[in-house]
Design a protein around this ligand. Structure first.
Ligand SMILES: Cc1cc2nc3c(=O)[nH]c(=O)nc-3n(C[C@H](O)[C@H](O)[C@H](O)COP(=O)(O)OP(=O)(O)OC[C@H]3O[C@@H](n4cnc5c(N)ncnc54)[C@H](O)[C@@H]3O)c2cc1C
Length: 391
């Protein structure tokens, strides 16, 4: 009979959930993490780009087990193919490179293996994991704890916990259970699609192509995936185009300045999903509950990147909970606002600033201004002097 009484119950075992779980369990809390999927990280809905700094800051040792390819910098293109390159192998040759004590700037990871690696780390820290277990709701109880309602395989089951963590991704239900405002405006939800291809040369850079013509409301990308494979993708905002992302992606491949480069590529896999280019949730906590990762909109509103912020937020959440629960502090909503304050000062204030920049570009400018401003913003964002470097 499984233990039905935990300190922390985490709904969702993506990077945010697993990292929260690991930090909480390392501090001695009894943690259960559940996921409705039966296989972690599948189907893959992510390009897997993450900085080395982000991994190291969350105590994740870069490991060939989950790394597809090392990344050394960025190339940002405007609509016509003019580009700004930040190749850190040239900018800081003593620090970045391969071999000789030099290191990459980041990686493209395999999300299936990355998620499994993070879950294994959590399990080794003592976390219990139940797959094929869906969170259905939770009810705070008079003793200051809560009861979390789950469906494990086909059986409904209640588990008692002191706090529930919603790490249940973009379509999070946990925040809704507590009545939080979690709705994403359609104008802020990017529909993303990517093809895994072969036959496309890459040079250790993340390539980002701006321009309304190719990706209205978002951008296109070409990421190296190792062993001669690449990811070619884009994200678009549905209210800025009448066509689906698939049509934009085919047009980008056949008509853009990269058409010759892509001419011999074969599409081997198709992956897609939604990315919130929205602000962080204004309230990320309720009685006996906090949110982390995509569920709290911890996603960079300019790049759409959510892996760095998922593991950074997971570390903040797990560390916060270990202190808060060890001190037996109340788990009412007002007491949990301290979690959001911590997150805001570590990452969130910069994310709000990025959101304001993004809103200005996409809501206050005409297409020509927007194209030139997005190109300039992206070029600056990835430069070594960017004020947003660590987010
Ligand atoms: C096409 C695409 C490309 C992307 N590329 C990048 C990239 O290159 N770099 C980057 O940084 N970010 C990228 N992102 C964003 C990134 O994938 C997300 O931000 C990241 O996965 C968020 O992690 P998470 O742990 O918050 O949520 P998720 O990874 O979505 O995990 C949530 C988990 O919760 C589970 N779950 C949901 N509801 C329940 C429930 N009721 N009960 C139990 N379990 C539940 C789900 O099964 C899932 O396993 C991309 C996204 C897309 C769509």
């Amino acid at each position: 009979m499984p233990q039905l009484d935990y300190d922390v119950l985490i709904v969702g075992s993506g990077p945010a959930g697993s990292t929260t779980a690991r930090f909480a369990a390392n501090a001695g809390l009894r943690v259960l993490m559940v996921d409705k999927r039966q296989e972690l990280g599948a189907p893959i809905q992510c390009s897997g780009a993450i900085s080395r700094h982000a991994l190291e800051a969350a105590d994740i040792v870069p490991d060939d087990e989950f790394i597809h390819e090392a990344i050394y910098g960025f190339a940002i293109y405007d609509e016509r193919g003019e580009r700004t390159v930040h190749d850190y192998r040239r900018l800081k040759p003593d620090e970045y490179g391969s071999g000789g004590g030099k290191k990459p700037l980041g990686y493209v990871v395999d999300r299936r293996r990355f998620d499994r690696h993070l879950m294994t780390q959590a399990e080794r820290a003592g976390v219990d994991v139940w797959l094929k277990t869906e969170g259905l709701g939770y009810t705070p109880t008079p003793d200051g704890r809560c009861t979390v309602h789950l469906r494990r395989y086909n059986q409904e089951i209640d588990v008692s916990a002191r706090i529930v963590v919603g790490a249940d991704g973009l379509q999070s239900q946990v925040g809704k259970w507590a009545g939080l405002q979690t709705h994403i405006k359609i104008t802020e939800l990017a529909g993303c699609l990517q093809f895994i291809v072969d036959g496309v040369e890459t040079e250790g850079l993340l390539e980002i192509v701006t321009g309304h013509r190719w990706a209205p409301g978002g951008y296109a990308w070409v990421f190296p995936k190792g062993n001669g494979y690449a990811e070619i993708g884009l994200g678009v905002i549905a209210t800025m185009t009448k066509e689906p992302a698939k049509d934009h992606l085919h047009r980008f491949m056949s008509d853009s300045f990269f058409a010759d480069r892509f001419a011999n590529s074969r599409i081997l896999e198709v992956q897609g999903g939604g990315v919130p280019l929205a602000s962080p949730l204004r309230t990320q906590y309720a009685d006996n509950m906090i949110l982390v990762g995509d569920a709290a909109r911890h996603v960079n509103p300019i790049t759409g990147g959510g892996l760095h912020t998922a593991v950074a937020g997971g570390k903040i959440a797990g560390t916060f909970l270990s202190g808060h629960l060890a001190d037996n502090l109340p788990l009412r909503s007002d007491a949990l606002s301290a979690y959001q304050d911590l997150w805001l000062s570590a990452v969130g204030e910069k994310m709000w600033k990025l959101y304001d920049i993004k809103t200005d570009i996409f809501h206050n400018m005409n297409i020509a201004e927007r194209d030139s401003q997005l190109y300039a913003t992206m070029s600056d964002y990835f430069s070594p002097t960017s004020e947003f470097k660590k987010i």
